[in-house]
Design a protein around this ligand. Structure first.
Ligand SMILES: [Zn+2]
Ligand SMILES: [Zn+2]
Length: 244
């Protein structure tokens, strides 16, 4: 089965000691995609065609820029820029003056505006990560169904970020049935409640440590509570910033 190769990164994600194994998977996937984009892969016609067309969201452009491969990025962007320049020139040539001059709203968007929307919402890295990540989710349920050892690992993880918890809960309806579905949903719900409570308590203790009355008290597990809370709330972004 094709999904078989995706079971390894899923296992690796659960081996990481973090607030969401799926965020860990996504972060590795994102790192690999960034490295891939900056590698000589840009010379491959199909990859270049895709990066020329989709470009990058601001977050990933920033990542690419700070990665330190100036030549790799410049070569790719040169190609992307030329392709976009040509496309926009073509669209400008085809654009005609608006027909309705007074009062009425224009209901149809022009091809130039459609292209703007496309540029605004497309990103080669985001789309590639999302595509592979969806396969990881399928692989997760495949492992869940057949591997008792894996189920134990999941039961002992630290829960998930909000986004991945909801995704997992909703998707389970497509992959599991009957008692197995019920058990799974109950399990991840109590796992999530228990672990949110843990992080909430840590965060509360973090705030109390600013109070002079608790100044001399130990930090307990609260030192990195802020970064871990951001991860629970906002997915993998915060974890990246706290990665050692
Ligand atoms: Zn997550
Ligand atoms: Zn992106």
């Amino acid at each position: 089965m094709k999904e078989e190769i995706y079971t390894i990164p899923v296992m690796d994600g659960f081996k990481e000691d973090c607030e969401c194994p799926f965020c860990a998977m996504k972060r590795t996937l994102e790192d690999n995609t960034i490295n891939y984009v900056l590698s000589p892969s840009y010379m491959e016609e199909d990859v270049r065609g895709e990066t020329n067309d989709k470009g990058f969201c601001p977050q990933h452009m920033q990542r690419l820029y700070t990665e330190g491969n100036a030549l790799g990025l410049a070569l790719m962007l040169h190609s992307h820029m030329k392709a976009q320049h040509e496309t926009i020139d073509e669209l400008l040539k085809d654009s005609t003056a608006p027909k309705k001059r007074f009062g009425k709203k224009q209901t149809e968007t022009s091809p130039l505006w459609q292209h703007y929307e496309h540029l605004l919402h497309s990103c080669y890295v985001c789309e590639r990560v999302e595509e592979v990540f969806n396969r990881y989710l399928t692989a997760f349920f495949m492992l869940w169904k057949r591997d008792a050892e894996f189920r134990e690992i999941v039961k002992n993880c630290k829960g998930f970020c909000f986004q991945h918890f909801i995704q997992l809960y909703e998707l389970s309806g497509q992959h599991l049935k009957g008692d197995m579905l019920l058990e799974f949903r109950q399990l991840i719900s109590s796992l999530q409640t228990e672990n949110l409570k843990r992080v909430e308590d840590d965060l509360e203790w973090f705030t109390l440590k600013f109070d002079y009355r608790y100044k001399e008290q130990p930090w307990k597990n609260a030192k990195d509570a802020l970064a871990r809370s951001i991860l629970k709330i906002n997915s993998q972004w915060a974890d990246k910033s706290t990665k050692k």
